[in-house]
Design a protein around this ligand. Structure first.
Ligand code: COA
Length: 391
């Protein structure tokens, strides 16, 4: 599906509301950041095909592109990387906040709380100017890796780590998490995943972020909303569910029975299907080849083979219905091959999407209107209030 809706020249004061469950056929915002053609399987960031970006760009360059609507020059990219690195560090109080979080909390619950807490520590949290919002976006993208990594260290009873401003975001994150500088291949694998997850039109969490910022709340509140929305298994949480499924299946000979049983029960097979793409998700195309390479390099070929067998069977069984692998399917194999823990998969998605969310908030504020759809009331009318004693 390509979205071709035209903006009405003037908005009539009284319009008959239309019923669109799930808002699948509703255009609710304009964006210059990403374009999706679900029928053809195209995703572009500012007009550049996602495949070219995944093969040639870096996460930092991609964020510059999304926020400035053009590629940077060499000097601009160096300056932008520098400004991100200058904001990697967390305020000292943030480490105190992290140390009070329950160790059994899941990282997505913790991330939602930490992003919110970061807002309490920013004296400019409520400054609504464009410059202040750009700064908040920069801080959020720069600091989220340290939030995720340090919560992971905290729950494992390990000492906190400081970000490494000599490395890119992927490298600094993996170093904090594992205590070791990643190899160039590991760094690149995470960098590619960050590029692929950075923005995706008006997906559920981005929509949620825009709804929040459109009330003229603040960037931290919008990012907190977005993290909570991403957490769901129908959205960002799907990559964790894919890994759970791969673990449950275990061996190649069990793929057929497992998948057929799921389909027979009308259960969802995680990592397949998409609200917009009715063909292979373009982010999954490169990730599939890439995850094969990463899996081979790290001795996880069996996991890749398992994923591939599921994909082939699903293509036969539900491909004709428009159900194809989405980005979460092969990102699960990639993250697992990198040695990353299951419940960190979705936080890493958030680490990347923070750039898209904050970019959308700035776009929303440029031409803001409160986002407030209507509900179709399906309850009774004219019901008499009954006194407590008479109920
Ligand atoms: C993403 C998702 C919510 C899109 O949902 P949607 O646009 O509402 O899709 P629909 O419910 O219209 O799906 C159409 C049909 O395909 C089936 N279907 C959709 N996704 C499926 C899946 N992952 N496995 C099996 N069947 C699936 C539906 O059951 C429905 O079947 P029916 O026509 O027999 O009733 C859905 O595909 C899903 O839950 N996928 C798994 C979770 C996931 O990977 N999410 C990450 C998205 S990036």
């Amino acid at each position: 599906m390509t979205v071709t809706a035209e903006k009405p020249a003037s908005e009539p004061s009284v319009v008959k509301p239309s019923w669109d469950k799930g808002l699948a056929n509703t255009v609710a915002a304009e964006t210059q950041m990403s374009f999706i053609d679900g029928a053809k399987g195209i995703l572009e960031y500012v007009g550049i095909d996602i495949d070219s970006l995944a093969r040639n760009s870096t996460f930092e360059e991609t964020v510059f592109l999304l926020w400035n609507l053009r590629l940077p020059t060499k000097a601009e990219l160096a300056a932008f990387e520098q400004s991100l690195r200058a904001e990697y560090a967390l305020p000292d109080e943030m480490y105190k906040v992290i140390s009070t979080l329950p160790k059994h909390a899941t990282p997505m619950h913790a991330l939602r709380t930490m992003v919110s807490a970061l807002g309490t520590l920013d004296p400019n949290a409520d400054d609504d100017s464009l410059d202040a919002n750009r700064m908040k976006a920069l801080k959020l993208v720069a600091k989220t890796p340290a939030l995720i990594a340090n919560f992971d260290l905290h729950r494992k009873g390990k000492p906190f780590a400081k970000p490494d401003a000599t490395q890119n975001i992927a490298g600094s994150f993996l170093t904090m998490l594992t205590g070791q500088k990643p190899t160039a291949a590991m760094n690149r694998a995470l960098d590619v995943c960050l590029i692929l997850h950075a923005d995706h039109g008006l997906n559920a969490s981005t929509f949620a972020a825009r709804v929040t910022i459109a009330t003229l709340s603040d960037m931290y509140s919008a990012m907190t909303t977005a993290v909570g929305t991403l957490k769901g298994p129908l959205h960002g949480g799907a990559n964790e569910e894919v890994m759970v499924m791969l673990n449950e299946i275990g061996t190649l000979d069990r793929v057929d029975a497992y998948i057929r049983a799921k389909l027979a029960k009308k259960d969802l097979v995680m990592g397949f299907g998409h609200r917009v793409y009715k063909t292979t998700d373009p982010r999954a195309t490169y990730l599939k080849t890439f995850s094969k390479q990463v899996a081979t390099d790290t001795g996880n070929e069996k996991l890749y083979e398992l994923s591939h067998a599921i994909e082939e069977l699903m293509a036969k069984e539900v491909g004709p219905k428009g159900i194809w692998p989405n980005v979460d399917f092969y990102s699960a194999t990639t993250y697992h091959s990198l040695g990353l823990e299951l419940d960190l998969f979705t936080p890493m998605f958030a680490m990347s999407r923070m750039s898209g969310w904050s970019g959308h908030c700035i776009e929303q504020l440029k031409d803001n209107r409160l986002i407030r759809p209507q509900a179709l009331y399906v309850g009774p009318h004219a019901v008499k209030y009954v006194e407590m004693a008479a109920r």
